[in-house]
Write a protein that binds this ligand. Structure first.
Ligand code: EPZ
Length: 419
């Protein structure tokens, strides 16, 4: 197990290059299983979740090869319609996309109950409900979830809750179904649009991604020999924007899509930060005290839950009291106990946390409790007085590529140590 040792008190300045989006990559890689051909994906983030998916694709008979650090070629022509290895699929959350993709291509799928970050209850009832509307039967037993169908027939599906995973999974299951599927009350995150764009680029007929209703006209097959570049990671960009604010620094965030970050940019301006939109990059700086503000996490285009812990670090040192209301995940305030070890004054109860701003955070030994909490705690260590140690950094490696190198280039003093 690795840990980070961080020398604090750093103002982060310089440039950072944003990688491809984790949450798009972990959906588009399984989506390549729907193609009876070869696909080249560019701008793929080199993170541990992506490596696990690639191993699973290989176990299913696909040939996966990296031609450079961010380009992967997947040949799914010899896909074996077998169950995905349980020990691999139960390791991480996004393995549920194998259900939609394999159901679409093979009409049968079985995966281990998806694991991943501990954010509280993570039901997948909307996924299974959707598969059943298309004509599949689903069952859960012995730690596995399976779905089978003789035939998938397009139909209208109305989601009871807005779910990123269910929206993408039902797109995957219906692109090769017979007839038209209409998905209502869908999620609108940028990575959903990216999955739809990818599938359309190989011959799918998906309309409306990014709106509340998505219409999919089933096609007979998807064509290979195509190259697609994954969208930049909105959450990684937001993490560095918030690192600029918390450290009172000045960072040029390159290779991002500023409009994906509008809800965060608005908050940063309220907090006294400055944002310069340069088209495909953003400059974020903060020279003054941080103003307190209130946040409610919501599905896109609302404030993303995946940036809630990172903004929490800035609010912990704001000039007054702020409130965060977390409406997506019930256990996303675990990082506040860790920040309190650094002298923060945060009271979290249920879906609400009250941040009474303090002047300074002080170094401590901290434990990442999930991916985004890990990124937030790393920022906290970079700005705190003294030398901190951060454990459980395998969570961070799941979703951030070379995070310590990127922060080091901005002036942070971070050492990775193997224990
Ligand atoms: C995706 O998770 C992301 N993961 C999460 O990012 C992100 O936090 C989340 O969307 C919300 O934006 C991936 O894309 C791989 P949901 P997902 O289905 O799809 C409830 C990160 O840090 N719900 O949109 O699992 C659920 O309980 C990760 O990168 C149901 O009730 O989230 C939650 O309250 C962590 N039934 C809400 O919907 C269902 O069948 C949103 O969940 C599905 C979800």
């Amino acid at each position: 197990m690795d840990k980070f040792i961080i020398e604090g008190n750093t103002k982060l300045c310089g440039e950072v290059e944003i990688s491809g989006a984790k949450n798009a990559a972990v959906a588009i890689l399984p989506a390549t299983l729907l193609i009876d051909g070869i696909t080249t994906l560019e701008n793929v983030p080199n993170i541990s979740d992506v490596k696990i998916i690639c191993n699973i694709l290989e176990a299913l008979g696909a040939k996966v090869s990296w031609t450079d650090e961010h380009t992967v070629v997947i040949d799914s022509r010899d896909l074996k319609c077998v169950n995905a290895p349980l020990e691999m699929t139960s390791k991480f959350r996004a393995s549920y996309y194998l259900l939609g993709a394999l159901l679409g291509r093979c009409h049968h799928a079985e995966v281990g109950i998806p694991g991943g970050c501990n954010l509280g209850a993570r039901p997948i009832d909307q996924h299974t409900k959707g598969f059943e509307v298309l004509g599949a039967t689903t069952s859960v037993s012995q730690g596995k979830i399976s779905a089978s169908a003789k035939k998938l027939i397009g139909a209208p599906i109305y989601f009871d809750v807005v779910s990123v995973g269910a929206t993408i999974n039902l797109i995957l299951a219906s692109v090769l179904a017979k007839g038209t599927t209409t998905l209502d009350n869908v999620a609108k995150e940028p990575h959903i649009v990216d999955v739809a764009n990818f599938l359309n680029s190989v011959g799918a007929e998906i309309r409306g991604a990014g709106t509340d209703t998505i219409k999919i006209n089933g096609v007979q097959s998807l064509s290979g020999n195509h190259t697609y570049s994954i969208v930049p990671d909105q959450i990684e960009a937001g993490t560095f924007m918030l690192a600029a604010v918390a450290s009172k620094g000045n960072i040029l965030i390159k290779n991002c899509i500023p409009e994906h970050l509008d809800s965060l940019s608005a908050k940063i301006i309220e907090m006294g930060g400055k944002i310069e939109d340069l088209g495909d990059s953003l400059r974020v700086s903060c020279n003054s005290k941080i103003n307190p503000t209130n946040i409610k996490t919501l599905p896109y285009p609302g404030f993303p839950t995946d940036l809630q812990p990172q903004i929490g670090v800035s609010l912990a040192i704001a000039n007054g009291t702020s409130i965060i209301n977390e409406s997506i995940w019930e256990s996303r305030f675990q990082y506040t106990d860790e920040l309190n070890k650094m002298g923060a004054q945060i009271t979290a109860q249920g879906k609400t946390a009250v941040f009474k701003g303090v002047k300074k955070l002080t170094a401590a030994h901290l434990y990442a409790t999930d991916l985004r909490a890990g990124a937030a705690l790393l920022i906290a260590c970079i700005i705190a007085d003294g030398q901190s140690e951060l454990y459980n950094i395998h969570y961070i490696d799941r979703g951030y590529e070379h995070i310590e190198d990127k922060f080091r280039k901005l002036g942070a003093k971070i050492k990775r140590v193997s224990e």
